[in-house]
Design a binder for this molecule. Structure first.
Ligand code: ZN
Length: 143
């Protein structure tokens, strides 16, 4: 039976992104992260719930709990990266509004700075390279 290096020991980064996104190619190319470097939280909407504590309180609490757990379990994590993407289905279906994916990253960064105190916080916005394209570019948003 084949076996795999599949148990993370010392991830460097906690990456929170929407389950719609495939982040691997970008993380390897732009961030120079190998699969074992990344501890992933991949859920619908990614970090969006952090910006909408009152609209989705149970999702907010769940995500906050998961972040705290990962940071406790893996002290090797030095950076927390939150990725939102254009036209995220979670915004339309769950939050019931559109077009806040990029601007919400500011609020998300502020929440993460508290939850992950002492870690580097980075935020990225992913959008198609041109309308309708399946290829995305990941732009770092600095606050
Ligand atoms: Zn999404």
């Amino acid at each position: 039976m084949p076996s795999y290096h599949a148990l993370r020991k010392e991830p460097k980064v906690l990456l929170i992104c929407c389950s719609q996104l495939s982040y691997e190619e970008w993380a390897k190319h732009d961030l120079r992260l190998e699969p074992m470097d990344v501890q992933l939280i991949s859920i619908p909407g990614g970090p969006a719930a952090l910006a909408h504590r009152h609209r989705v309180p149970e999702k907010y609490s769940e995500l906050k709990k998961d972040i705290k757990l990962m940071l406790k379990k893996f002290p090797s994590i030095h950076t927390v990266i939150a990725v939102n993407h254009e036209d995220c289905g979670y915004y339309e279906e769950v939050l019931k509004f559109k077009g806040r994916e990029e601007i919400d990253l500011g609020s998300i960064a502020r929440k993460l700075a508290i939850m992950a105190s002492g870690k580097n916080i980075e935020t990225f916005f992913a959008k198609p390279i041109k309308p309708g394209s399946e290829k995305l570019e990941f732009q770092q948003i600095v606050f």
